[in-house]
Write a protein that binds this ligand. Structure first.
Ligand code: 13P
Length: 254
């Protein structure tokens, strides 16, 4: 069963009202020029821009996502945003368990699992992130770490429709370093095998596994052409219309 490639931009803590809207409009225009692209597009701006970007994307094929959510629907959780609120802003996706949240906010895989279930409760699709640190890779533990994170972070109720996995080696994020294609293939294959054990082969074969970490127009073809790579989660290069679109174009799958 063919999986539809997902080209997703994680804007992280970047963008103000004016430049965020311009970026989203630029992406929407370029996607429109592509006619009927074979891949899906998604942008995940910071919370403050969600409603503005929703308007900027009106009528376009580009989906909207957020970068985190709380497990509760509402209540006394100062500074947090619930999946109900994300739905209300027009989000279809939410990134969960990004390594920056795991590191900066001490998020555990168990919490990520609970957040994913809360997201499903509102009909949001979860993009669940996993990935090893450099020390873990150097110690030969990359596969073990990613497998463990998948087992603990992905809920039993995950399906290929409500979940996307993103493999993002921590040491490749924002560094310009990328793993070898052999290493990416090996981790993606291991993730799919683990998903099959946990969710059944039907789900595992159709669930998209994105690669993230220094994806640029010049390495998109090589990375996105790999067997088990079903798209990209793009940080820095998603902040420039041209780079983001050229990653999709160069992937050969859009
Ligand atoms: P960069 O593309 O900037 O390396 O970031 C990747 C990432 O963390 C996307 O979630």
């Amino acid at each position: 069963m063919a999986r539809k490639m997902l080209i997703a931009g994680n804007w992280k803590m970047n963008g103000l009202l004016a430049d965020g809207a311009a970026l989203a409009k630029g992406v929407a225009e370029e996607v429109k020029k592509m006619g009927k692209p074979q891949c899906e597009f998604l942008v995940c701006p910071p919370f403050t821009l969600l409603t503005t970007i929703k308007k900027a994307l009106r009528g376009s094929k580009v989906a909207l996502g957020a970068q985190d959510c709380h497990i509760a629907e509402k209540g006394a959780h100062t500074g947090d945003i619930s999946p109900v609120m994300l739905k209300d802003c027009g989000c279809q996706y939410v990134i969960l368990g990004h390594s920056e949240r795991r590191a900066d906010h001490g998020e555990s895989s168990e919490l990520v699992n609970a957040k994913a279930q809360a997201a499903y409760g509102q009909g949001l699709k979860a993009i669940i992130c996993v990935g090893e640190t450099l020390a873990e890779r150097d110690a030969g533990k990359a596969l073990d770490v990613c497998t463990r994170q998948i087992l603990d972070s992905v809920p039993e109720s995950a399906t290929w429709q409500n979940t996307v996995i993103a493999y993002e080696p921590v040491w490749a994020i924002g560094t310009g370093k990328v793993p070898t294609t052999k290493d990416v293939e090996e981790v993606h294959a291991a993730i799919r095998k683990t998903l099959a054990k946990k969710l059944g082969k039907g789900n595992a074969n159709r669930m998209r596994i994105l690669y993230g970490g220094s994806v640029k127009p010049n390495n998109a073809k090589e990375l996105l052409g790999l067997e088990d790579v079903d798209g990209a989660l793009i940080g820095g290069a998603s902040l420039k219309v041209e780079d983001f679109i050229n990653i999709a174009k160069n992937s050969g799958a859009c």
